[in-house]
Ligand binder design. Sequence first.
Ligand SMILES: Cc1cc2nc3c(=O)[nH]c(=O)nc-3n(C[C@H](O)[C@H](O)[C@H](O)COP(=O)(O)OP(=O)(O)OC[C@H]3O[C@@H](n4cnc5c(N)ncnc54)[C@H](O)[C@@H]3O)c2cc1C
Length: 458
Amino acid sequence: MSPASWQRGIARILARDEWSRDEAVIETHAADKWFARSRPEFVALPRDASSVSRILAFAHRHRIPVTPRGAGHGYVGGCVPMKGGIALSLARMNRIVEISPKDFVAVVGPGVITAELQAAVEKRGLYYPPDPASRADCSIGGNIATNAGGPRCLKYGVTRDYVLGLEVVTADGTRTRLGGRTHKNKTGFDLHRLFVGSEGMLGVVTEATLKLLPLPPHRACLGVGFASMTAAIRALQAVFAAGLLPCALEVADEFTLAAARKRTGSARLAGCSAHLILELDGQPASVRGEIRTAARILRAFEPLFVDRGDGADGCEKLWQLRRQFSYALRDTGLTKLNEDVVVPRGRLGELFRLAARIQRRHGIRVACFGHAGDGNIHVNLMVDDSVAAQKTASGKALDELFRGVIGLGGSITGEHGIGLAKMPWWPIAVPPAADALHRAVKHALDPLGILNPGKFLG
Ligand SMILES: Cc1cc2nc3c(=O)[nH]c(=O)nc-3n(C[C@H](O)[C@H](O)[C@H](O)COP(=O)(O)OP(=O)(O)OC[C@H]3O[C@@H](n4cnc5c(N)ncnc54)[C@H](O)[C@@H]3O)c2cc1C
């Protein structure tokens, strides 16, 4: 079938405002926030699951590639339509269908923006914890397809832990419900979880039923500067050893802090080689007691300073610094290759030593910050594009980083997914039998390979 005739065919089964071939619309659906670009031939903008089902049934019949897309804020090129075909945007399916304070669930369309759901549930005294830094822009469907996480996932778990049920449309257009709305459920296989982290390759999420928690009434934070990373890591290990489970525990290294100091003019960061932000939440009396205990533990490691913030406003003041890190690194004028590697918590020190070795060996500055509590550190290779040798060196440095992380018992991605960015390392990231299992599952659900082709399963 020629492109012109399938495009006419698919346009006939949709409402006029549910598709576009406009140059500008095609262009905006060609990329996410990573470096790759590939234009779709047709953009589908369905308003409901029955349109999604018709699109997929048609595409399946005519073997047309379909690439699902949420808000296009991915960091690995996951929604880039490598084989052209249809970009299937779920952005318009953005209705919060229900928030139930009795059942502690929310039912939402995939296009709902994460921060908007969080604000809506918090107004009702409820809590949806997964907090990717992109939450003001990314969608619940994208979060589910990438199993997104963030600082609070240390205590509360990642997106996976909040997905109770899904409506999905599989590659041939079959519409089905998996899981349910109860917080426990052991009926058959955990099939809805199969779609969590599936990067748009197994089916399209058209509705999600999410678990909610009671909103913790109080928060308190510590911002702590150290003269060495070793002291900071020992200090955070002591926090866990004392039986405390912060809701977030973030770390930043010397390069990141120097850039942040330049951007913010903060004299506080002078001489600071490592910085921790620790947050606790819960009932006011217990938070006040625990934050005192945490401060006492951290002081034993001779920090340069310990700042404390109480309540939402007090905490926000300390988090302001963390929010500057990405901008501060951008200010350096270097190209930031942001890798979201993760190691077992006990091997954090070795990860920082690996990063330092890579910096020395390849002559590329490395900036590390991130979720120290769960071993998920953003290792940013800061590449100087004006130096030709750095481009070649960055490929070698990435390879050394991923191999090193696997050697430490870690994974090449803790949050962003494989997408295109980490495709070259997929063969070393999983054993051959696990790769074969992935392909078997893919073949069972999408035998013609129309869903998000050109990614790590071909
Ligand atoms: C500045 C910045 C900060 C970030 N910080 C974090 C962070 O802290 N933690 C984190 O985890 N990630 C982070 N990310 C990455 C990104 O925001 C997440 O991966 C997010 O989940 C992507 O959501 P999206 O709606 O933009 O998805 P998209 O980019 O549109 O798509 C991502 C993937 O999901 C698939 N997909 C989207 N919707 C559906 C659907 N309904 N059904 C099936 N498949 C679908 C796509 O095919 C693609 O493979 C960050 C990104 C940026 C740009």
